[in-house]
Design a protein around this ligand. Sequence first.
Ligand SMILES: Nc1ncnc2c1ncn2[C@@H]1O[C@H](COP(=O)(O)OP(=O)(O)O)[C@@H](O)[C@H]1O
Ligand SMILES: [Mg+2]
Length: 310
Amino acid sequence: MEAETIITESLTKFYGKIRGIEDITVRIPSGGVGFLGPNGAGKTTFIRTLLGIIRPTRGRAQVLGYDIRHEINQVRDRIGYIPEFNTSFIPDTTAMKFVAFCARMNGLSYAESKQRASDSLFYVGLGEERYRKLATFSLGMKQKVKLAVALVHDPEIIICDEPTNGLDPTGRVQMLELIRSLQTDEGKNVILSSHLLRDVEQTTDYAMVISEGKIRAEGNIKELTANRRSTVSVKVKTKTEELLHALEKRGMEVWIEGAFIEVKTNPDVEKEIFKTAFQIGADIRYIGSRSSTLEDVFVSLFKEQEAPIQ
Ligand SMILES: Nc1ncnc2c1ncn2[C@@H]1O[C@H](COP(=O)(O)OP(=O)(O)O)[C@@H](O)[C@H]1O
Ligand SMILES: [Mg+2]
């Protein structure tokens, strides 16, 4: 498998004067990647540009080595796509017929289409219901049908745009588990777009944070969060300033955040803080590491913009 699935260079799309995405230059690693950003950030625009549905205003992109401008058919053959909004289902059709029809549209033979439609429907957990009419399906089941359609031509990359929108908690968990297992069990490259932190945290290991059409941060989710807040927080009754300076003198990286002294973590950090505090006669009221999640990163990135956090 290649190290990168998608490479973009200054990829930009303006809808007239409205910015969709601007100067996105990224190398998307293989495996699972989350596009995380508030509504209107540009996630859907980015995805639709990669699929050749939207023409970029400027910039370039390659998907698995194929150029989106000149080789869009090769690109589409290799991507399965779950669109954000409801696909126009044919309500009177069975799930089997619908998925097989989509497979035929993707160029599979009649026999292959039937086999792959059946396999895909079983994979998403709709094997038993495959001969039922789509009109009788719940929203969660319809989302699974969309996933089956995305899988039917056995693509290398699967892009899911807000796949949990409108689902109840059970439906959400099932959908995210399916997406995660595509990655871990089937070795697919999965891109999950979501405005929900918890969806991304639960599903992928790598995240790209998007807002106002630009990539604001990217990296392994563990590293993104660890770099931000690998600190120990200390609160003392008095002598905050003295402790701060004493810790600094010992070569530790320290700063003030509200009522707390933040100390950059090292293996013996807590022991050293206690020793220093004892030496200068400062009473420790609280000591502990405040754990960090992707949410902290997200919040700190978007605090200024007052983006909706969910
Ligand atoms: N067809 C369109 N015409 C005009 N503006 C659009 C269109 N599609 C999206 N936009 C604008 O582009 C920006 C990015 O939208 P979108 O890519 O849908 O973001 P997201 O998927 O992250 O919610 C938003 O400001 C949105 O209003
Ligand atoms: Mg969107």
